[in-house]
Every structure is written in C-alpha cells, then in structure tokens.
Design a protein around this ligand. Structure first.
Ligand code: G6P
Length: 612
C-alpha cells in the first residue's frame, strides 16, 4: 500500500526519492509525488496520478527540482479517488508545510470542518491534507514547528507514519509514527526515513525502527528521536542483513519468477540454523517448555496466502499434537469474540508483519489472555514487536505481490514448530521424529531439483492459459494446497478460479464440470490417494481436462486419469505441500505471462495490506 521515503543530506534529493519510490512500487499504488525544499528555501511539489514513469515525465518537463532535502510518496487511494490533487505530498494553505502520510486519520472530517469554519480552504478529499492544514494552522498560532507537530499529534486519531517538511526550517525533516511502520536510515551522505527497509538498501543498512508515539528530527548530519512527552531518547541501531541485490531482479523477467527460484535457498536459510545433530533447535522457545506443555488449543490467524499456510498447519499440527488446531482469517477472527485464554496459543503468520487485520487479531488474542507466537519475515515489524515469541523466516525481501518464498518458508517453519511442540509434549515417536527431521534436512535439495526443470509446468500453462475458469481439488493437505494454487492463479492471471475439498464436489460443484472444464487435481498426499483418485475419475468422466499434480510415489496410481501429469519429488507426507506448491506457482506464473498480465503488480492488489 502507500510508501514513504524521505532524505536529508548532501546529495540532490530527487534522484534518491525516485529510486526509493521505485523500490516501494511493489507495495501497490495509484499515484506518486515528491516535495523538495530548494536552496532558496522554496517548497516545490510535483505529484501525479499513475505510475512513477508519469511522475518522472512531469519532473523532466520542469527544471530539475534542486534541493538536498525532500519527501516522496506512493499513494494507494483510501479517502478520495486516485487523482493528481489527492496524491501526496499535501501542502497547507500558506504553502509552507508539506506532508506525506501512510495510515488513516479517523477524525479527519471533524478537524476539517473546524478548519473550514476558520476559513481554511481544502484542495483535496484526503485525510492527509487535514494534517498539513492543521499543522500550518498551529504553526501560525504557535510560531514553532515542533510545537505545531506535537499539537497536531495531540488532535489526530488513527494510524500514521508521516514525513514533514517546512520551508521556514529548510534543513530539517520531521518524522512521526503511530500504528504504521516507519524507520530511520543512517547513510554516509545523509539520513533517511522510509516506510519499508527495501527503499533504503541502496543507501544504508543501518536503521532504527521508530516506535508508536515517537517523533524524529533529521538533518544531513543528525538524527534525534523524541518520545510522546518530547524528551529526547536514544534508540538502538540495527544492521539489516538483506543486501540491495536481494531486492533487485537479477536477470529474471519478474520478481515473482526470481522469488520462486530462490525457494531452495530461502528454505535452507530458514531451517539449517534450526537443525543440530538431528534435532530441531528453537532457542526462541528455550524458556517456554512448561508453557508449551500446558497448551490445549491452537488458533492460527493470518490473511491471504499466510492463512493458507495456517490451513496446512491446522492439518499438520493437529496430527502431530492431537489437540484442536484451527486456522482463521484474521479479518474474521478479530470480530468473532474468539475463545481465548492461557491454555490457547495464538499463532500469527505474516510476511510483512504489518497486515492490519493480523495485527488487530494479535491484540485481540493478547487481550483475551492468550500468548501470541508469530511467524514473520520482516525483522522489527509491528507484529514481530508485539508478539510474545517471534520465529523469523529467513526468506529475504519479497517484492512480487503474489507471495512464493515467504509462503514456503512460513510453512516449513510452522511444521518445524509443530514437531518441536509434539516432542516437548512427548507426542511424537523417535523414529517419526527422525523421519520428519530427515525430510526437512533434504527439502532444500529437493526444491532445487524440482525447480531445475519447469518445462512441463510451462508447457501446461501454454496449453491452458486461455481458460475462463479453473477448479482446484484435493483432500486434507492437498485441499489446503489447492487453496493457495487457486489464489496464485487468480491473483496474477485474473482467471476465475475456485478450490474445493475433493470430497465435497458432489454436493454442488460437480454441476459446474462440463466437457473442457479445467481441473487441477492435487494427488500428493499419499494416505488419501485412493479417495482423491475417485474424485479425479468423477470429473474426468464428465469431460474435464485434468492437470494432476502427483509425487514420484503417487503418480503411478493416477497417471491414466491425467490429461497432464506434473510429478514432484516425494517426501514425508506432512512435508509434501512444501514441494506441492511449486508446480502451482510456476503454472500460475506462466499462465499470467501468456496472458500478458502485470505479474509483479497485479491490478488492485497491494503487497502489504495496512488498511481494514
Ligand atoms: C496481501 C499479499 C499476500 C499476503 C497477504 C498477507 O494480500 O498480496 O501475498 O499473503 O497480504 O500478508 P502478510 O504480509 O501478512 O503475510
């Protein structure tokens, strides 16, 4: 969703802002803009609807905006349609203060009305303009920028990460945060703010995560953070271990393809530090053995693909732990008066660590007295910081909107957690434990061998890319896998697609099957192979074309029913979905490629969904 970059330094700001905005593009946006204070202390603003290329054109048409301090923004419209006026930065009526903002100001209508009564005229429909206008109002009244900033923060309600420039204080950039991510970067040629670390990687890997209620003042040479009471505070600096190449395409046509191909390495990085002498080692849980023994129920809560990981987790953890495990969509969980308490563990799964519904569900869980363990990819993110225990996936930055390597690493880590907990509770026999650990150890190589040959998936995609509707079917773990396969396909190719538990077909869906309907049947879960085979026969006999995904072990039993057969390496049945998702990702990718879709930035979607 919206992205922020800001720079105060000794180099020209515009190229740095544009580069930062380009690296934030993946989050999804519909307009973009920059504000720069010139050497003559003028506040210059250029903003426009559309892609960054349009902003670049606008900037090129004018004299290059000179200035070494500036803020930039990519906007994903919430209040007011995407147009030039509603784009950020927003400037107050006196033309002195410019603001970029992520989040939503809940009481903006009331503040707007009170400012309008004072004769202040608004140009846009946005909640953000209220911040700029109110700040100028207080600045006029109080005569001091920091006083005005704190006065505004005292009036507004809601979520914000913001960058502020004032032409009267030309060397200073001010940042403020509450319930929306914002970090500070310390570079050699100046200092930065950004909503997302990927915007900074080209300049610095030394960062500080701002906390709720804090305000920071940045100049070319200094950074000072203040708390809610305006007392200066020292905050620890972190070194981000992602490097800039991890956030670049590196010769691939799309980030999605690159990230699919990185899955072997991402899984290796996530699992190998946690495997020692045939044991799963989770130092994050070292102090929690007694707590883990007392857990009677697990709720897994997440959105989108992370929820689909939760569905896999429901099946796997329940089998391993023999306690009830449920997977919930965070947007439903938070309003469902969930049954919580000390003996219920809530597991929140999130790549970004910033998804608003997942965050709200986390808070609900804590309020209800449950401990929250999160599985998160982005270090220092809000969900990671508010959880009682965090297990990080080490997938590296994920840029494509459609998740691949984050999904896979989340799944492996969740399964490892399940095995670890089953062991602590004495629920897993030694030979089964060894078989699972062995399976996990072998996963990276199996993934690499699978991804080394994608021709058959690519060919299947070129046969079927023009279908209007696709059904995914499977049972148990294969059902959970189908949910993700179907989402991958629809989100990037815009083909209508649904996923069904194969046993449920005859209760309705089978009426949709007619000659030529495309069905993707997942037959990777060996314990239910015969049942799934019967369902494949049912759709085949009604004329469906069936792409069957099977393992080396299950393929012989389904080969005769498959229009196309995609074979993946076999592993322990509980780990099979880790490999099973890959042909589905590749199929979706090549279908979308054949259809000429914008694969990395599908229409209407955002990478990190920070609104409800
Ligand atoms: C968006 C992304 C999905 C992701 C979901 C949850 O919809 O496009 O790929 O699964 O958000 O995001 P999170 O960062 O919480 O995993």
């Amino acid at each position: 969703m919206c992205g922020i970059i800001g720079y105060a330094g000794r180099s020209e700001a515009v190229p740095i802002l544009l580069d930062g905005l380009e690296r934030l593009e993946y989050r999804g946006y519909d307009s973009a803009g920059v504000a720069v204070v010139s050497p003559e202390n003028e506040l210059q603003v250029v903003k426009t609807k559309g892609r960054l290329s349009v902003l670049r054109e606008h900037l090129a048409e004018q004299d290059p905006l000179k200035g070494q301090i500036g803020i930039g923004h990519t906007r994903w419209a919430t209040h007011g349609e995407p147009n030039d006026t509603n784009a950020h930065p927003h400037v107050g009526a006196d033309g002195k203060i410019a603001v970029v903002h992520n989040g939503i100001i809940e009481n903006y209508l009331e503040i707007r009305a009170s400012l309008e009564r004072k004769g202040i005229h608004f140009a846009s429909e946005t909640d953000t303009e209220v911040i700029a206008q109110l700040m100028e109002y207080y600045y006029r009244k109080l005569g001091n920028l920091m006083n005005a900033v704190y006065a505004v923060l005292g009036r507004i309600q809601g979520a914000y990460a913001m960058g502020i420039l004032c032409r009267d204080v030309p060397g200073q950039m001010i940042a403020a945060r509450k319930d929306a991510p914002l970090l500070i970067g310390y570079g050699e040629d100046g200092n930065y703010i950004a909503s997302d670390v990927t915007a900074l990687l080209a300049h610095t890997r030394t960062v500080t995560y701002m906390e709720d209620g804090e305000v920071a003042v940045l100049t070319a040479d200094s950074v000072q953070i203040y708390d809610r009471e305006r007392a200066p505070i020292d905050r620890e600096k972190h070194t981000v271990d992602w490097d800039v190449s991890a956030a670049e395409k590196g010769g691939y046509a799309h980030f999605m393809l690159k990230e699919i191909m990185e899955q072997g390495e991402a899984v290796r990085k996530t699992v190998s530090p946690r495997l020692q002498d045939g044991r799963i080692v989770l130092p994050e849980l070292a102090e929690s053995a007694e707590f883990l023994k007392g857990i009677r129920k697990i709720n897994i809560v997440a959105c989108g693909s992370a929820y689909h990981v939760g569905m896999v987790g429901k099946y796997v953890l329940e089998k391993l732990l023999r306690i009830p495990v449920d997977a919930y969509l965070a947007s439903e969980f938070r309003y469902s008066e969930p049954l919580l308490g000390e003996d219920t563990l809530v597991i929140v799964i999130s790549q970004s660590g910033e998804t608003l519904d997942s965050m709200a569900a986390l808070r609900e869980a804590k309020k209800g007295g449950s401990k929250v363990l999160s599985i998160v990819n982005v270090m220092g993110s809000s969900i990671a910081r508010e959880s009682d225990i965090v297990l990080y996936t080490w997938a590296g930055p994920e840029i494509a909107v459609a998740t691949t390597k984050a999904y896979t690493t989340q799944m492996v880590l969740l399964i490892m957690l399940g095995i670890y907990m089953a062991d602590v509770n004495g629920r897993v026999a030694a030979d089964e434990y060894a078989a699972l650990v062995n399976g996990i150890t072998e996963l990276p190589e199996k993934i690499e061998s699978l991804l080394g040959d994608v021709d058959i998936c690519q060919k299947a995609a070129s046969h079927y890319f023009n279908r209007n509707s696709v059904f995914f079917i499977g049972r148990n773990l294969d059902y959970a896998l189908g949910l993700e396969g179907s989402l991958k396909l629809k989100e990037i190719s815009y083909i209508h697609s649904e996923s069904y538990a194969a046993g449920e077909l005859k209760h309705g869906t089978i009426s949709l099957i007619e000659p030529g309907t495309l069905v993707v049947a997942l037959a990777t879960y060996a314990p239910l192979l015969e049942k799934t085979r019967s369902n494949i026969v049912e759709v085949r006999s009604r004329g469906a074309d069936v792409i069957v995904v099977a393992t080396e072990e299950t393929a012989p039993a389904v080969r005769d029913q498959a229009t196309e057969l995609l074979i993946i390496p076999s592993t322990h049945p509980l780990l099979q979905p880790v490999l099973g998702v890959m042909p589905l990702q590749i199929f979706a990718y090549y279908v979308a490629l054949n259809r000429g879709c914008d694969i990395d930035k599908p229409r209407n979607l955002a990478k990190s969904v920070t609104v409800e």
